[in-house]
Unconditional design. Structure first.
Length: 253
C-alpha cells in the first residue's frame, strides 16, 4: 500500500535526521506505547471514529518504530513482522486456510487455545500468554477466558452466583476479625468471582467498570461545579445536600 510505504520512508528520515527520534530505544518507547494503547482504548469506548483513526495511526507509528530499531540491530524488519503475523493467522485459522470446520464463533473459540499450544514457538501452557503487566481486571478476565477455552468453566452460568455469595460470606467473616491481610485476600477472591460472572454473561468487566468511572466522574464534577457556584466547598456541604445535587446530576445523564 502506498500510504504504508510513505510511513516507512518518513520513519527512515526521522531516524536519520531528528535528534529525538535518533536516540530512541525499545525501552524508551515502551511507556509511550502503553499510553498510546490506552488512548486508543478510550477512543473506542467513546465510539469516536475520528479519534480511533488518529490513535490507530499513533499506534502504527510505534509498530514501525520498533521494526526500524529491529532492522538497525539486524534482528528483524517490518517485513518479518508482517510475515510473522500472517503465518500465525494462517496457522490459527485452519477452518479458513485448511480443512477444519468451524461454523460459529464459539466453535473457533473452543479450539483456539489447543491450536496455540501446538504452535511452533507458541505458548507451552494455557496461561502462559497472559502478560504479568496487564491491569488486574483485564488479567483476571483473560485468565478465566483462557481456562474456559480448555473446558475449565461452569456448566451453567447461573451457578457462578453461588460462588459470588460464598466469597462475599468469607469476606464478611474476615471483616469481623479485622485481619487486614485476610480481608485483602478475600476481597480479591470476591472481585475475581464477580469478573467471572461478568464474563459468563458476556459483559466485559473492564468496559463496565470504566463506564461506571465515567458516570461517577460526571456526577461528581457536576456536584462540585454546582456547589462552587454557591460559593461553598465540598468539605462544608452536608451529605444530605450532596445527595440532592447527585440525584439532580443523574437526571442530566
Amino acid at each position: 500500500m502506498e500510504a504504508f510505504g510513505r510511513l516507512l520512508d518518513i520513519m527512515d528520515e526521522l531516524r536519520e535526521k531528528c535528534p529525538w527520534d535518533k536516540v530512541q530505544t525499545n525501552e524508551s518507547l515502551r511507556a509511550n506505547t502503553i499510553e498510546e494503547t490506552y488512548e486508543l482504548a478510550e477512543a473506542i469506548l467513546s465510539d469516536d471514529n475520528d479519534e480511533i483513526k488518529k490513535e490507530l495511526g499513533d499506534l502504527l507509528l510505534h509498530v514501525v518504530f520498533y521494526a526500524k530499531i529491529g532492522e538497525e540491530k539486524q534482528a528483524f524488519d517490518v517485513g518479518d513482522v508482517c510475515n510473522a503475523i500472517c503465518d500465525k493467522l494462517i496457522f490459527r485459522h485452519p477452518h479458513v486456510f485448511g480443512d477444519k470446520r468451524a461454523d460459529s464463533a464459539s466453535m473457533v473459540e473452543k479450539s483456539w487455545e489447543q491450536i496455540k499450544l501446538k504452535e511452533n514457538g507458541g505458548n507451552k501452557t494455557v496461561l502462559e500468554g497472559v502478560p504479568d503487566t496487564l491491569p488486574s481486571v483485564i488479567k483476571a478476565y483473560r485468565i478465566q477466558d483462557k481456562a474456559r477455552n480448555v473446558g475449565f468453566d461452569w456448566n451453567e452460568r447461573h451457578d457462578v452466583w453461588d460462588k459470588v455469595k460464598e466469597e462475599l460470606g468469607e469476606l464478611e467473616t474476615e471483616i469481623e476479625k479485622l485481619d487486614s491481610d485476610r480481608m485483602e485476600a478475600e476481597f480479591g477472591d470476591l472481585l475475581f468471582s464477580i469478573i467471572n460472572a461478568a464474563r459468563l454473561y458476556k459483559v466485559n468487566p473492564d468496559n463496565a467498570l470504566e463506564r461506571t468511572n465515567k458516570k461517577f466522574m460526571f456526577r461528581f464534577n457536576y456536584m462540585e461545579k454546582k456547589i462552587k457556584e454557591q460559593g461553598r466547598s465540598l468539605k462544608e456541604m452536608p451529605l444530605e445536600e450532596m445527595e440532592e445535587i447527585w440525584q439532580e446530576a443523574k437526571k442530566k445523564e
